[in-house]
Design a binder for this molecule. Structure first.
Ligand code: AMP
Length: 570
């Protein structure tokens, strides 16, 4: 049976009510797959990135258990998260989902005074969400008692490992009762995570949202682009994108009913003929909306996936994903609504930087790249409107209707000359074609520098790279022609060593071209470049260096294969 509603998942009615109050219309694929086994108490290992709805996938079963009376003096569940931001975000989500059952949720993380956390723990907490470092602190102090713990969740396990929390995680798991449910979510599944899962889980259910094989021919011919924006900039970014594209007929997909209502109101206020469509509307209201779209008295449909299912509108030209869809397959379904019958279609996706992994999963499924570009600026928009202005002026010229302005223009021409007056009139018309004077949307980097651990480094000092390995004596002469001193990379950046330099005619643009061409980085995301006689050093964001190394190793620079590695001197 297809478990298509939250009620089908056998969640308690209080929780189902909360979800419908939040405007969630149906479970996401990860929720559909993970919730039933988690409710049965099974261990689970799930490969899912941010944006898939994984938080609710593990939180709802925890809360369900709590609502069934599984509530003692000490916490029954512990969620470990790599950063304080994620810990806070998860704690907020769990609090929201658990509002009707009165769940007591506490976030514990470093960098925050410990006393309020101690007080809260003393009063009694059902679910603790914490970063591994701070959880270990509490365990050592005896302030966190996990003797009655029923469920532990490791969220973003790969990130926690990458941040050097492996020892803390082991210590925490060792302190938990053996009889417990162990849930692990990770965007990637490197062997070390699989090993840990084998060690600490029993007969775990495995789920993976991203399916590897693409269905041949399923992806239609659609131009696919994406924009990285912070969540709070999304409404403005959407408006700017729509202003730029002026789609004749578009559907904007949202996650929740609230999002649908807010966006359609906002876009109507901007002059768009936008109509909302979601599961909370009556059949009659929905039919009315669909008719407006079909007879083209509406140009924009703002909808949830559920409401748009089965919707068949031939003339749709654009699909806008206001969020990255919760599963790569739903992206394919959504964009399948345009580009039909050989027509050109456009798919635009807004993604938060954290959701980049979901974009990559979609790219793997569809076998096409989603080109990321900044949200158009006001200047871009004005440039794109030039044609509108030109056509408007030509229309007036063709119509020959200049009544009321002849005498004024004669006076102006006498004073300034015809050219200047024409320029002024065109500038005026162009300004009118431009949108309100709005600020530009800040550009965000594809992957912000990896967050640092929120606790003081203790035994986990960052690795220093030995200078051994490849001989440093690449020849004194070459060394002397290099920069006088190899500066370490800036915070959040890493240096890439490319074994080709001036002697091979390598120029900065060759390096930028190779990196931007082979990896997902754009030229703007590449830092400083130093070129010496024999080698070059390029700063790239720390989080991206492994991908860049891999990409460059399988390509050539100036027609040659060069040694590519992390710079050991930096
Ligand atoms: P996550 O992957 O857990 O970070 O969730 C991504 C976003 O999806 C969050 O903003 C959630 O509020 C939202 N969300 C989670 N489940 C659903 C659902 N079933 N329907 C709509 N939105 C959801």
């Amino acid at each position: 049976m297809e478990l298509s509603t939250f009620a089908d998942l056998a969640l308690r009615s209080e929780l189902v009510d909360v979800l419908s109050g939040l405007g969630y219309e149906e479970p996401t694929p990860i929720q559909r797959e993970a919730i039933p086994p988690l409710l049965e108490g099974r261990d689970l290992i799930g490969q899912a990135a941010t944006g898939t709805g994984k938080t609710a996938a593990f939180a709802l079963p925890l809360l369900n258990r709590l609502a069934e009376g599984d509530r003692g003096k000490t916490p029954s569940a512990l969620v470990l998260a790599p950063t304080r931001e994620l810990a806070v975000q998860v704690a907020e989500a769990v609090t929201r989902y658990g509002a009707t059952i009165g769940a007591r949720v506490l976030a514990v993380y470093g960098g925050q005074p410990i006393t309020p956390q101690l007080k809260a723990l003393q009063k009694g907490v059902d679910i603790v969400v914490g970063t591994p470092g701070r959880v270990v602190d509490h365990l050592n102090r005896g302030s966190l008692k996990l003797t009655d713990l029923k469920v532990v969740v490791l969220d973003e396990a790969d990130e926690m490992f990458d941040m050097g929390f492996a020892d803390e995680i082991e210590a925490i798991l060792a302190a938990l009762p053996l009889e417990r449910q162990t849930v692990l979510f990770s965007a990637t599944m490197p062997p070390k995570i699989a090993r840990m899962a084998r060690k600490h889980q029993k007969n775990a259910v495995q789920i993976q949202v991203e399916r590897e094989k693409a269905v041949a021919g399923e992806a239609p011919k659609v131009t696919q682009t994406g924009h990285l924006v912070m969540r709070h900039d999304k409404p403005a970014a959407l408006a700017r994108i729509l202003d730029m594209h002026q789609p004749p007929s578009a559907i904007v997909f949202c996650r929740t009913r609230e999002e649908v209502d807010e966006l359609s109101e906002g876009l109507k206020a901007r002059g768009y003929r936008a109509e909302p469509l979601h599961g909370g509307m009556s059949q009659e209201q929905r039919d009315r909306v669909m008719n407006r779209l079909r007879n083209q008295t509406a140009d924009l449909l703002i909808a949830t996936d559920v409401a748009a299912r089965g919707l068949d509108v031939d003339h749709l030209t654009h699909v806008v994903n206001y969020n990255v869809p919760p599963a790569p397959e739903s992206y394919v379904h959504r964009i399948g609504r345009v580009g039909r019958a050989g027509r050109e279609g456009v798919a635009i996706t807004l993604a938060e930087p954290r959701e980049r992994r979901m974009l990559e999963a979609i790219e793997r499924l569809t076998g096409t790249k989603i080109a990321l570009s900044p949200v158009p600026t006001r200047a871009d928009l004005l440039a794109s409107r030039l044609e509108v202005t030109r056509t408007a002026l030509v229309d007036v010229l063709d119509s020959g209707q200049f009544e009321g302005v002849q005498a004024m223009v004669d006076t102006l021409v006498a004073a300034h000359g015809a050219d200047k007056v024409a320029l002024a009139a065109a500038a005026l018309a162009h300004r009118a074609a431009a949108p309100a004077d709005e600020a530009d949307i800040p550009e965000v980097s594809a992957r912000p520098p990896r967050p640092v651990r929120d606790d003081a480094p203790r035994t986990y000092a960052p690795k220093t790279y030995a200078t051994a390995g490849e001989p440093r004596s690449r020849g004194g002469a070459h060394q002397r022609t290099g920069p006088p001193e190899r500066k370490p990379a800036r915070e959040g950046w890493a240096k890439l060593y490319v074994g080709a330099g001036r002697a091979a005619n390598v120029r900065p643009q060759d390096l930028v071209g190779a990196i931007a061409g082979e990896s997902h980085l754009t030229g703007k995301q590449i830092g400083s470049i130093e070129i010496t006689e024999r080698f070059s050093l390029v700063e790239v964001p720390e989080g991206d260096i492994d991908e860049v190394i891999k990409a460059l190793r399988s390509s050539v620079i100036k027609g040659r294969k060069a040694i590519i590695r992390r710079d050991r001197d930096a």
